[in-house]
Structure formats: C-alpha cells, structure tokens
Design a protein around this ligand. Structure first.
Ligand code: NAP
Length: 456
C-alpha cells in the first residue's frame, strides 16, 4: 500500500459560532489539492480524540442543500468537537464521493429521473464511491493523535482508516434529519453502501415523494389551512408509555418523554400560535406550557374550563409567555372571573355541549377570530378524546416512550357520549396516513395525518 506524505503549508486561527478552531492547509505527494485539518484544542499525543473525516460537498457544506446530509454532518461535527473542546475535522477535497462536482450534478439529474445514487454514478462511468482515505490517515498521523473516536456512519471509512493504521477506539454515530429530498438517498446509503443508520422501520422499502404532502413543512400547511378555513390548524401531540398511558395512576406529574423528545415538544410549541389543555391537566400538573428548551416565541396557553376551576396560584398566571385564555361556560361566576382577569388571564364565555364541555366547534372559530392560526393540543385524556371524537385534528405527533406505566389511558372511548351502545367502531376508527417515524433518543415519535373512514 502506497503511503502518501503530507506537509503543512500554513495554519490560521478560525473563530466560528461554535468556537475557535485552527485551520491547517496541507500539500501532499498524491495530488495537488488543498486538503485541510480543522483542529480544536490540544490533540497531539491524546487518546480517543473526536475526529470527523469529511469529504468536500459544495452543495451540502456551502449551500446547505437538503439532498444530502453532508452539511448537517459537518455542522454537527464542529459543534460536538467544540463542546468537547478537543477534536479534528480532516476536510478532504474529494467532492461528490470522489467523482467531482460536474459529475455529481449530472448524477443528481439522473436521480431526479428515478435512479438511485449508486446507479447514477455508475451510469456516468464512475464507481459508487471513489473516495480514498490514505491522505486523511497521514494527516491524522501528522497531528499526532494516538487513537480516535470517529464521527461516521460509513463502515468503509472505518475499514480504510484502520487499514492505514489509525486506531479507531469507537464509532460516534451521526444521526441525520430525514426530509423528503434526502430520504431516498439516505435509504440507498443504508441498503447499498452498508451505512450504519437507523432510519426506522421504513429501512426496507422506499418512502418516496408520493408522500410529499405529509412532509411539507408544518408552517406551510398551517398557513394554507388557516387561509382556507379561518380556523386554526390543530396538531394533537402527547407522550405515552408502551401501554398507552399518559400519566401515572397516582396523579403525580411524571416526565414520560426523554430529553430529546422534550426538545421536539418545545420546538413544536414555538411553531404554534396556541397550546391547549383541559383544566384537568392544569389541576394535575400545574404546567407552564411555554418554550424553555430552545429559542422561540411562546404560544398562547388556551384552557378549557367550563366551571372556572382555574387555580388562582397556577404557574400559568406568572410564568414567561402570554397570559392564558380560559374558555369557560356561558355564565361564569362574575367574581371568580374578575379575580382571574385581575391576574392577567382572559376569560371567554362560550356555549357548551349537552354533556357540559366547552363546544369545540365554537372554540376553534373563536381562536381563528383571534388570529390563532395553529394550536397544539397537548392533553389530557378528555381533551384528546374530544378532539378526535369531533374529528377536529389535522396532524398527530405522538411520542412513545419505552416504559410501562399501567396508568391513565391516553384516550376514552371515541363513541359519542350520547350513544354509549353505538356499534363496535373498529371498522370506523381514525387512522393515520402519510406516517413518518423517527427516534429521539430512546423515544419513538410517530406522526401522520388522521383520516376517518366515514369521511373519506
Ligand atoms: N403525557 C402527556 O402528554 C400528557 C399531556 C397532558 C396531560 N396529561 C395528563 O392528563 C391528565 C389529565 O387528563 P384529564 O382527562 O383528567 O384532564 P384534561 O383532558 O386535561 O381536562 C379535562 C377537563 O377539561 C374540561 N373541558 C371543558 N371542555 C371540554 C371539552 N370539550 N372536552 C374535554 N374536556 C373539556 C372538563 O372540565 P370542566 O367540565 O370542569 O370544564 C374536563 O374535565 C393528567 O394526569 C396529566 O398529567 C398527560
């Protein structure tokens, strides 16, 4: 095996949003390309240094193209290395898995005609992957690391660096965000190039662009729905255990989602204008319903509370974010209403259904009139049940945590309450179409658009 030699030509300080790196430019004995190393902290002589060997991808790295996960991998690697205050990104100038930018763009056009990335490269007379990692290994040797933790999903890269005597102590996986532009590409990487990626149960088959509508960004769907109907787009979202419980039987507040799924919940909160729960949840959990795990606008808390049981010391009355909108029955107690309004809440009397709950149809109209174009319905059981029973849900995002709770069930019967003896609804149950799934840490997040067979 020919071992290339490398020689540092220059290095410079590169401050980035993640922290300050040093960029080293190398010449080598193999080609006349400017291969680079982006180094954070002191790496020489260290074990288990976090390393990414990244091949140039102009479209992903520079333009932020969604056709691949390259830009995301580079960004994540820089962030993780900066967090550890130590690490290296070897940046190899082998664009387009080594076939160059011109051929890569031609291969993209073939992929748009339906060929996968491997077939497209071969049709252009190239190999599926023409990259070589000998220079990367020599650069790592020059930097003097004893062993590395390699940020990669690509077993070929691990094999090649190992063949070049790099001691890989561990593989550090990089989890991509799957979108409709890169889903097939990522699946091809898994199925044809052995990449170690958990894309969920869709691994074995293609989830192609025919499902594009479900993958449309939520904001876009909200905008269209509100413009067309004047009503808020409703996202039903909650966390349940494996046995379908959303709370423990003791009634004590319990975190069901893990940290990554919680991050998603807060991202979703920031995406919606309103967040809705029933008074049962306020009494049980005293929630804040605001955005705390990321930057973003807080949604307006919307509470269904037909008898104005809202506690005067609820955290919703003095936490960050807009004051709550409390929808209640038609004749609220005047002094209770005054006290709540003196604490910042807005109490809105509305008509109620025969069984006493706030009428959902009127509620959605009232929210639409208040320019609330989207609402995230978080729970609890009775509220989730009402929205599904009334078929007033446009999107469902469900977190399933790997635990058994044997507690409060997520849903009651979906049969209308005035028809307890209605025929078995098993043929007519709401289902999800355009289903997507993704792991957030140990939690599975399943989402889709609900359909009711009787309304199809
Ligand atoms: N895991 C999760 O993601 C999650 C999320 C939220 C809540 N939870 C859990 O859910 C539990 C609370 O559930 P819950 O069923 O007792 O309470 P809930 O669904 O939060 O609130 C139900 C109450 O809301 C009022 N309401 C008014 N109009 C309504 C309507 N149209 N439909 C339904 N309810 C209406 C009713 O009280 P009035 O008759 O007095 O108006 C009803 O009793 C808590 O243990 C909480 O921890 C879990």
């Amino acid at each position: 095996m020919e071992i290339p030699s490398v020689h540092r030509l220059a290095d410079a300080r590169i401050p980035t949003v993640d922290g300050e790196f040093t960029l080293l430019l190398y010449e080598n004995s193999e080609d006349n390309k400017d291969h680079l190393a982006l180094v954070y902290g002191d790496v020489e002589g260290h074990d288990d240094v976090l390393v990414r060997v990244h091949s140039e991808c102009f479209t992903g790295d520079v333009l932020g193209s969604l056709r691949c996960d390259c830009g995301e991998q580079l960004g994540t690697s820089m962030r993780r290395i900066a967090e550890e205050e130590q690490g290296i990104i070897v940046y190899l100038r082998q664009e387009g898995r080594g076939i160059g930018l011109l051929s890569k763009l031609r291969a993209y056009n073939l992929q748009d005609e339906g060929y996968d990335t491997v077939e497209a490269n071969r049709m252009l007379g190239h190999g599926a992957d023409e990259r070589d990692y000998a220079i990367a290994a020599t650069i790592l040797e020059d930097l003097g690391v004893s062993s590395v933790r390699l940020l990669t999903n690509n077993p070929k890269k691990i094999e090649s660096l190992t063949d070049h005597d790099i001691d890989i102590a561990e593989r550090a996986p990089l989890e991509p965000h799957v979108n409709r532009h890169n889903a097939d590409y990522l699946r091809t990487k898994v199925n044809r190039m052995r990449h170690i990626l958990d894309l969920g149960p869709t691994n074995g088959y293609s989830q192609t662009n025919v499902h594009g509508s479900s993958l449309q960004p939520l904001e876009q769907r909200v905008e269209h729905y509100y413009a067309d109907t004047g009503l808020p787009f409703v996202t039903l979202t909650y966390a349940q255990s494996l046995d379908g419980s959303i709370a423990s039987n003791s009634g004590a507040p319990l975190a069901i989602s893990g940290p990554k799924a919680m991050d998603l919940t807060h991202r979703l909160r920031a995406l919606h204008d309103g967040i809705l729960v029933g008074i049962g949840t306020v009494l049980a959990d005293d929630p804040r319903l605001n955005v705390r795990r990321r930057e973003g606008d807080h949604p307006v808390p919307v509470i269904l509370d037909s008898s104005l049981r809202f506690p005067l010391d609820a955290r919703l009355l003095d936490c960050d974010g807009p004051s709550p909108l409390i929808f209640t029955g038609p004749n609220p107690d005047p002094s209770r209403r005054e006290t709540l309004e003196s604490k910042g809440a807005t109490v809105v009397p509305l008509s109620c259904t025969p069984d006493g709950g706030v009428c959902i149809d009127t509620l959605l109209e009232a929210l639409g009139d208040r320019q609330i174009a989207s609402v995230m319905v978080e729970g609890g059981t009775q509220v989730l049940t009402t929205f599904l029973r009334r078929q007033r849900v446009q999107r469902v995002i469900l977190t399933i945590a790997p635990m058994f709770l044997g507690g409060t069930s997520a849903l009651d019967s979906l049969a209308p309450p005035q028809q307890p003896d209605a025929p078995d609804p098993s043929d007519d149950v709401p289902r999800l179409k355009n289903v997507q799934q993704r792991w957030y840490g140990e939690d599975l997040v399943l989402e889709g658009d609900p359909i009711w067979p009787s309304s199809e």
